[in-house]
Write a protein that binds this ligand. Structure first.
Ligand code: SF4
Ligand code: SF4
Length: 329
């Protein structure tokens, strides 16, 4: 079956998800306004906002290992974190290329850059490899400091701290009232994202690095049939991660984001497909897309069914903490 439809389908999923995130952000903004007494209309806090707290989730994960219990402060954050890791374990870094809002905006930027310059730019291979290493260093830093060096007492203290309890509000404030330095960094990254494909994701995102490492175990990988391939080079040329697909039999790289761009543009039917371990069974595109959505949605359902989704922080506490100027910024 032709896989041409996979790119429009993936882009549609990306933008639908981005719209849902924006809607959630607006809802959370109104919740915070209510908490701070700046609006009389109560809007419930959307639990999914905790997906934007990966550091809190990492500390929660450590806390879970230490205490054997999932803390009730930001349970949805941990559930989303584990869901995304599980998704990467099964279906490569599909979260990055199908769902992550940063990935969606990064793709919009480099496609815009391609329209502007008629090409995208890639740093020389050695520099590119060095820059890609930054995200793994950041990942090591987070895992080392939170997963190993952080004392058990400090983990528990962080989880129950006021700082962590309103980490979601602090995150909102960060975006609504960015410092000059944050603005300059964001402007630099956006500017870089036009000429360079997925600059932030490929060079700096430690979350992507973690998902990449996990995705090495994925049973589903882009697989090339050397007997059918006509060496046209389209797959290597179109891969946003600059992987030499045409020279590989199977793409094991943690940089593969499972975007299906190479498969969708391969002109020879069957020469390139997403195949299960063993290289015999090809995963149909539609099934892959459905699995991405079902697994992600299933994570939140599992969280709700097991009582690990809604925060235990009472509304009154949100009202008090959100107005505290010592924690607010
Ligand atoms: S190898 Fe294919 S699926 Fe993987 S990132 Fe490159 S284009 Fe996307
Ligand atoms: S796009 Fe298909 S035919 Fe062309 S090089 Fe890649 S695998 Fe071979």
């Amino acid at each position: 079956m032709c896989n041409r439809f996979m790119q429009p389908l993936r882009v549609a999923v990306q933008w639908l998800f981005l719209l849902l995130i924006v809607r959630m952000g607006v809802q959370f903004y109104h919740f915070v306004l209510y908490c701070r007494g700046e609006s009389a209309v109560f809007v419930p806090r959307p639990d999914g906002v905790e997906g934007f707290l990966p550091i809190s989730a990492l500390v929660s994960l450590r806390g879970w290992f230490l205490s054997g219990e999932i803390n009730p402060i930001h349970p949805a954050g941990l559930v989303i974190f584990l869901t995304v890791i599980g998704l990467s374990f099964l279906l490569k870094r599909s979260f990055c290329s199908w769902l992550c809002p940063v990935g969606t905006l990064a793709e919009l930027c480099w496609k815009g850059g391609f329209s502007l310059f008629r090409r995208n730019f890639r740093p020389p291979p050695r520099l590119d490899a060095t820059l890609r290493g930054i995200k793994y260093l950041l990942l090591l830093l987070f895992i080392g400091s939170i997963g190993i060096l952080m004392a058990p007492g400090a983990v528990i203290a962080f989880i129950s701290s006021d700082y962590n309890r309103i980490a979601d509000i602090r995150m909102l404030d960060f975006f609504l009232h960015p410092s000059l330095l944050s603005l300059m960094i964001m402007a630099f990254l956006v500017t870089l994202s036009f000429p360079v494909k997925n600059a932030f994701c490929r060079f700096l995102c430690p979350y992507g690095a973690l998902l990449g490492v996990v995705s090495i175990c994925s049973p589903v990988k882009v697989t090339r049939d050397g007997n059918l391939c006509v060496s046209c080079g389209a797959c290597s040329q179109l891969c946003p991660s600059h992987l030499p697909v045409m020279e590989l039999k199977r793409v094991h790289s943690p940089e593969c984001i499972g975007c299906w761009r190479c498969v969708a543009h391969c002109p020879v039917h069957g020469a390139l497909s997403m195949k299960l371990t063993g290289g015999k069974l090809a995963v149909p595109g539609l099934l892959f897309a459905l699995l991405v959505l079902l697994l992600f949605w299933g994570g939140s359902v599992a969280g709700k069914m097991t009582g690990h989704w809604r925060t235990a922080i009472p509304l009154q506490e949100y009202r008090i903490l959100s107005r505290d100027p010592t924690i607010r910024h």
